[in-house]
Design a protein around this ligand. Structure first.
Ligand code: HEC
Ligand code: HEC
Ligand code: HEC
Length: 132
């Protein structure tokens, strides 16, 4: 009794409309983030290492930053000892962002992808970046 071809045509249109936004975004906003570490300070490092191992930094840097802030402000302790015993001055601007001076190509690269917008830069200075 019903017209099978109309149903199929309808399904094709439906699937098309439904998947269009995904296909349209491919290679654009959803391109996988590739944070760059080729900054002048990192290039000078003998070992290309962060304050803690990469996997830890990737997963836990937000918590580490909170710890750094609490340590500096509440305990007035401004020296951080990394897992390998190396000492770092606790400072977002002068330590993290000195190595990661390419905020746009590093921090923002991931954050834009994940749609997180840390409010830190309302107060803390962003590194000055050259226009590429
Ligand atoms: C001495 C220079 C240096 C300092 C200081 C530094 N980093 Fe890093 N960071 C690096 C390098 C080099 C890598 C890449 C490590 C690797 O590939 O093993 C890295 C990796 C990372 C990663 C992982 C990136 C990825 O691709 O997964 C994050 C996140 C990060 N750093 C955030 C921070 C934050 C936040 C701070 C301050 C608490 C900081 N870094 C301080 C040099 C530094
Ligand atoms: C490898 C990808 C990656 C890199 C590189 C990266 N972040 Fe993140 N960052 C994330 C993700 C993912 C989250 C959100 C985690 C969550 O919501 O649990 C986040 C969250 C944060 C937060 C907490 C924000 C909030 O609102 O909860 C801070 C602060 C932060 N990042 C700082 C930095 C800084 C500073 C840098 C550059 C030095 C940096 N991140 C580099 C992936 C990254
Ligand atoms: C309302 C303003 C404000 C915002 C927003 C803010 N901070 Fe801070 N932060 C400060 C002030 C003020 C200090 C104290 C500076 C000092 O005593 O050296 C500080 C100190 C710190 C320190 C330790 C000292 C230093 O020089 O870095 C860390 C780490 C830090 N903040 C991280 C963060 C992170 C990460 C965010 C975002 C999630 C953030 N802050 C957002 C105002 C702010």
């Amino acid at each position: 009794m019903y017209d099978g071809s109309k149903i199929i045509a309808g399904l094709i249109v439906f699937v098309g409309l439904f998947t269009f936004p995904f296909l349209y975004n491919m290679g654009k906003a959803s391109a996988k983030p590739e944070p760059k570490i080729d900054t002048p300070v990192i290039q000078q490092l003998a070992e290309k290492k962060c304050v803690e191992p990469k996997s830890f930094m990737r997963a836990e840097h937000m918590k580490l930053l909170n710890e750094w802030r609490d340590s500096a402000i509440r305990k007035a302790k401004r020296v951080y000892v990394g897992a390998e015993g190396k000492e770092y001055t606790i400072s977002l601007q002068n330590t993290c962002m000195k190595c990661h001076s390419n905020k746009k190509k590093f921090c923002d690269e991931c954050h834009n992808y994940m749609a997180v917008k840390p409010y830190c830069w309302d107060c803390h200075l962003e590194p000055k970046e050259k226009k590429l």
